[in-house]
Design a protein around this ligand. Sequence first.
Ligand code: PLP
Ligand code: MN
Length: 393
Amino acid sequence: MSTFTPLPDAAHPGQAAATLPTPTLLLDAAPFERNLQRLQAAAQRHGVAVRPHAKAHKCPAVALAQVRAGAVGICVQKASEAWPFLEAGVRSVHVSNQLAGALQAGWLARWAREGRGVQLSVCVDDVRQVATLAEAAAREGLAGDQRLGVFVEIDIGQGRCGVPGADRDASAVRRLIDAIAAAPGLRWAGLQAYHGGVQHVRDAAERRASARAAADRAGSVVAALQAAGLSPAVVTGSGTGSVGFDLASGVYTEVQPGSYAFMDRDYADNEAGGDSGGAEDLRFEHALFLFSTVISTATPGQLVLDCGLKTLSAESGPPQPWPPRAGWGPVRLNDEHGVVALAADAAPPVLGEVVRLIPGHCDPTLNLHDRLVVLRDGRVVDLWPIAARGHSW
Ligand code: PLP
Ligand code: MN
């Protein structure tokens, strides 16, 4: 028995958006669904598979909507992150990353054994990682369709993970493929080639050229492997900023954008265009919003919102009021305050007004919230738990 009345559920289906407590993270269902369809339709035109990155949302209900729209499965970035999605019924999960060690490999191998017809895969760029995976797979007795898929990651210019310089000399990639082939519980699934640096190149023509150069590096590795009789079944990579170009590249057989479903401010800052030779700069609509309230107008020339670093991430720049407000400076985020300087000609701030914001960067913002409030026509239709929050190993 508690002394104080516990909090009621602050949002419920049927509720009007205007009556929600703030700050609240909302998904607008109509633009979200259009974003999924837009990517799927473009991918279909090019005969390329879509495997959205679920690190963007960590939300099984979002992943299931992506699969219903035609995605072949999802990517995650960590082994433990896979669990809520598997449990929710996603049948194909790719860990687009290197694992930290035997603990993570052990869980993936265990889930591969437990899931009937479930496909799990992971990346490597070192034979020691192959050995760790092989051991985990052997311990679970994985064979046939249960085997862990292993992608050799190649670095195509980002300088993060992946075998470097494979476009000039693919022998290290071949050694990894040989090691994977020698392990009974593993199967060589293909290549991963992702270039994060291309995604936010602002100038559209420059972004297209960078995406082309990165895809060409991946294409050279594919050609070298083919010449050695090793044709990768899947070449996976790409992100929201380059996906239109990558779909038309002729190199990728699968794309893995994440932010496209939500469109944060950082991606909206990319210049639109750069279309050329069948490659289209795919643009997406804003579907993710943080509702916040003006809680102070006491200091002349500014207003203060009830959102801060605990509800919005700031490392990719500030959130954007939507629609944009004339005379408002950037929203400067403290822990629990968002401070906006007002120009002399700005409309007077209204205490208690609800302000809709586009997050600066969707992935870390979603990771700050327990659930997404789903809106359709201004009313709550669903509450979607962000179940993989904290699944970080
Ligand atoms: N694939 C990998 C391996 C990534 O690390 C990322 C993002 O960091 C993505 C795909 C694409 O994500 P987004 O489209 O949200 O930029
Ligand atoms: Mn991101």
